[in-house]
Structure formats: C-alpha cells, structure tokens
Design a protein around this ligand. Structure first.
Ligand SMILES: [Zn+2]
Length: 548
C-alpha cells in the first residue's frame, strides 16, 4: 500500500492542516490591472507609474444613489447551500459538512478511502496516538555539508533553520533573526509557553529552483503542487518571491501555519487559519541601536513598506466593483488550492478587524483556544451575539474605508441611539480626530432638518498645521470632497441585513438641509481618510433644527 503522507492522516485526527492552505499566491499588482488577469511575477514586480484610479463621484452627492459599491452576497461557494445565502448578517452560517472541505472536517482526503482503513494505517505507522491525536514529527535534521554540495546554504537561527539556493545577501542573512523575533510573539499571542520540550524549531526551504531541492531530497515528492508556500508540520516550503518584503511575508505566513499546527490544538476555519497567517505575515522590520525588531499584525502605512502585498487594494477594488464581502461571505471561504488572492485579502481583513477593533479584540483573542472547528464558529457566534447588529455596521464602514494606514482605533464607532430632537433644536460637539460619532440626536424619516456647523480644527500637521472649517479646505481631496468637509448620515437603530447609511454620507459643510429616509440617529464626521486623523485637533459644533 502506498504510504500516506502524514498530513493526509492529520485530517483524520481532526487537526487543522496546512494541506490546502497552499495558495499564498502573489498579491495584486500595485496599480490598476484587470482583476481576472494575474500578471506574472516579473510583471507585477516592476514599479508602475500608472495614475491612481479615477475617484468615484463624491459619495455625498449620491446619498440615495444605487450605483454605489454595495455589500452583495458573496460569490456562490463551490456548492451553494441555503446557509450561505450571504445577506449581510451575523452570526455566521452553519458550515455544511457536505460542502466543506474534507481536510478540515476530519474526514479522509481521499473520498474513496474508508475512514477506518486510514485511521488504522495511521496508527500502524505511529502517526497518531491511542486517542487519535496526530503525532507531528519534529523538524528534520539536515546534513548541511550534503546540502552545501547541492548548492544549498544553511542559515541557523534558534527557532528556524533556513535552507536556500539564493545568493548570499544581508537580507537573507537576517531572516533567521526575523523569524526568531516573531516566535515569542506567536507564543504570547496564542498563550503557550515560549519554552517547550524539546525546543520548538522549524525548517524553512526558500527555493529559487525547486528541482534542486527535490534532487537533494529536501522537497518531498508527495507534497501537493503549490505556487508560493506550503507548511507541513515543522517544514516550511517557500518559493522565491519578487520582493524581499514578500519573501519575509511568506516565511512568516507559513511560519504562523506551522506554529498553529504544531503548538495549538484544534482546527480552524479557513478564514481564520489563513487570516491569522496573513495577520502575522504582514509586518515591519526595524533595525535600530538596540537591534532588530519585527512588528507583526501590522497595518502598513503605504505601498512602499510592503511591496507586492496588495491586500488593502484587493479589498478596496472589490468594494468599488460591488463585490465587497459581508462577514458571512468571509466565513464561507473554503480551503482550496485555487484560493484566490482576494480570499487571502478578505481573510486578513476579517482577522485584522476583529483583532484590532477596540470593542471586539479581547473576545477575538480567546477564540483559538477552542477545540474543534464546528465549535469555533458556534463560539464566535455566541461571543458576539449581543453585538451582531453593530458589527455589521462597523465591518461595512471598515471595508468601505480600508486603505494603507487605516486607523481602526479612531474609526471605531460608539453606536448609541439618540434622543428625539427637542422643539428648539439641539447641538452636539464632535471631535475632528475621530471617525463617525453620534450626535445623540434622533431624527425622523421624511422630515426636514436644518444643519449648521461651526468650528475651526486642524486637519493636517505636515510641515505646518492646516486648519479647516466645516466647508473643508482644498489642500487635499478625499473621496472627491475637500479635506475637512462636514459629512452627515442617519444611522437606523438596526441595520439588519441592509447597508449602513454611514458608507453613503451627505456632505453638508457649514450649512445644509437633511431629509432622512428612515428614522435614526444623526452621525457626523469630517471628511478625511482614517490614516490622517491622528494629527487632527479641535472639534465641530453641529446645530440641528427642524424645518426649512
Ligand atoms: Zn496560508
């Protein structure tokens, strides 16, 4: 009988395997390109000088328009099922065993092979213990001299040994230190001791020429085809990438898989397994007087920091093209060798959102402790049940504004229903350095309200402070409107399966009339990307009166 690779049996033991997490394909090109056309690596790696995509017309002027990016149902899953209808809603759909990949359902990978046969085989081969838990072999001991004879160098760190056929460079030489800097971060985040017995270590093969590694016996034949990266237990296989950033990204992405597979128990849904690998993969390295530091779970400030990454652009493009995913659409992502870049981007976005949002992150960081996949989604549902409606709004606002440097701390919204407007009107003060804020004023559908805004606030502090009043200042435009322009929207008490009006605001500037389409609370913010809020200062005073 042919030997079944251990990762195939891992599925039997109900352990999440990286088998089908092999995609990790190249990210989107840094400038507009047809979505369906994946350019070659050489092509994408070239710096582009194409202009930024034309801005959509100001959203404020489309307050009731239907041509806005919306939150449609996710693309039909491979096999559609009623539970994945994808209306923006929360909690997530139940996973259907019939349409969920066997590797993550604890069933044999070969649908023809009876479970009992494979389980017995795995036990015979000593791959699972008496309780059915997978025994993952330690990282292989590799003969460095033999590898060197094949043109493959060894770079040693504490937690990783890297084997590569790439020419020596300072960047390659520091990769073990980068990996070593991240290992304690995985331990601390996932709540496992840094020390283990035996000490934890992975092998990482960074390959320019896969055949060379095959010939040297370092790249096993039984591995499935993979384009960019693959993690099997303590062995990480990484295909050389067009940028140094993205090579490190992939090393940390696969390293995260390896860590989760070997040091955590339980299995995870695809969006979480890939999203966490992307969250830890997205990083920044600094070398200062005190040595090398690596920030993971990092929000890149610009394209230059993360060449070839492209995750924010993929989400932004999908949103602009009307293919934005609600959370159910992210949760429904299935493991597949053909998992597209966009699915990695959505998985990353969802994990970034939950891991960073001040109201949701604490609960999110307990999720990995759960034992099994079905329980994982049920637990997620339970954990966030009370917030299911606000989460829809917060997610939609996040997706609609996602860009480099997104400041979720400042963009997080305190959703609180307002009080009815007193006869004489009401005023509210909102900060210039935050995203959407409630005025605490409740408005009624179909009535007209006069809104007036006053104040002088700093909207930028680049070289010198720039101030704005509610009509905005034309030093810069955002979403087609001057920076600092006052935007308003009426948020209903429940968004339900709909779309929050906060992604379709109206620009009122210093004065305007508002006739809400539905009852709700008046929310206000100044027009600026969230990445620019941190250097703002001051506030806006908003007065609301009923009537013409
Ligand atoms: Zn992956």
């Amino acid at each position: 009988m042919a030997r079944t690779p251990w990762y195939a049996t891992a599925a039997l033991a109900g352990i999440g395997v990286a088998l089908l997490t092999v995609g990790c394909k190249e990210s989107a090109p840094p400038s507009p390109a047809p979505a369906a056309n994946h350019p070659s690596a050489a092509d994408t790696a070239k710096p582009r000088s194409a202009p930024a995509p034309a801005k959509a017309a100001p959203r404020s002027q489309q307050a009731t328009g239907d041509d806005l990016p919306d939150f449609p149902p996710p693309k039909a899953a491979q096999s559609s099922s009623a539970s994945m209808s994808g209306e923006p809603s929360f909690p997530p759909p139940k996973f259907d065993p019939e349409t969920t990949d066997p590797a993550l359902r604890g069933r044999p990978i070969d649908p023809g092979a009876p479970l009992a046969d494979l389980m017995q085989q795995a036990q015979r081969e000593g791959l699972v213990d008496s309780e059915g838990n997978l025994k993952i072999p330690p990282a292989r001991e590799i003969d460095a001299a033999k590898a060197a004879a094949a043109g493959i160098r060894e770079l040693r760190g504490t937690y990783v040994r890297i084997y590569t056929d790439l020419p020596a460079s300072d960047e390659l030489d520091r990769l073990p230190a980068v990996f070593d800097a991240v290992y304690p971060q995985w331990c601390d985040y996932f709540g496992v001791p840094r020390e283990s017995n035996p000490p934890w270590r992975a092998n990482a093969f960074i390959m320019q020429n896969k055949e060379r590694f095959k010939a040297a016996g370092l790249l096993p034949d039984y591995l499935p085809e993979f384009e960019n990266g693959f993690a099997e237990g303590h062995e990480l296989y990484i295909v050389e990438q067009p940028t140094e950033y993205y090579r490190r990204h992939l090393l940390l992405h696969e390293g995260t898989h390896s860590f989760m597979l070997t040091r955590l128990s339980g299995s995870f849904p695809t969006w979480y397994f890939e999203g966490m690998a992307e969250l830890f993969g997205t990083h920044r390295v600094d070398e200062g007087p005190s040595g090398l530091t690596v920030q993971t779970r990092y929000m890149p400030r610009g394209r230059d920091e993360v060449p070839f990454w492209g995750r924010t652009k993929l989400v932004a493009d999908a949103y602009r093209e009307g293919r934005a995913r609600n959370l159910n659409g992210v949760f429904a992502i299935q493991p597949s060798r053909n998992m597209g870049n966009e699915e990695y981007a959505w998985s990353w976005a969802a994990c970034y959102f939950f891991d960073t949002h001040p109201a949701y992150r604490d609960r999110f960081r307990t999720l990995f402790k759960l034992p099994a996949r079905g329980d994982f989604m049920e637990e997620l549902q339970k954990l966030y049940e009370a917030d299911s409606d606000p989460i829809i709004t917060q997610w939609q606002v996040f997706v609609a504004g996602l860009d480099y440097g997104y400041d979720l701390e400042r963009a997080a919204i305190r959703l609180e229903p307002g009080q009815p407007l007193p006869t004489g009107g009401a005023t509210a003060t909102v900060a210039a350095d935050r995203g959407w804020q409630s005025t605490g004023i409740r408005l009624q559908a179909g009535r007209s309200y006069q809104i007036a805004a006053t104040g002088r606030y700093r909207v930028a502090n680049e070289a010198k402070p720039w101030y704005s009043e509610p009509d905005g200042v034309t030093i810069r435009y955002h979403d087609g409107l001057p920076l600092g322009t006052l935007l308003v929207a009426v948020q209903p008490d429940h968004v339900g399966s709909g779309v929050t009006p906060l992604i379709k605001p109206l620009a009122v500037g210093s004065a305007g009339t508002l006739t809400p389409e539905q009852d709700g609370t008046l929310y206000v913010k100044i027009n600026e990307a969230t990445s620019g809020l941190a250097d703002n200062e001051g506030s806006v005073r908003v007065t609301v009166k009923e009537g013409k």
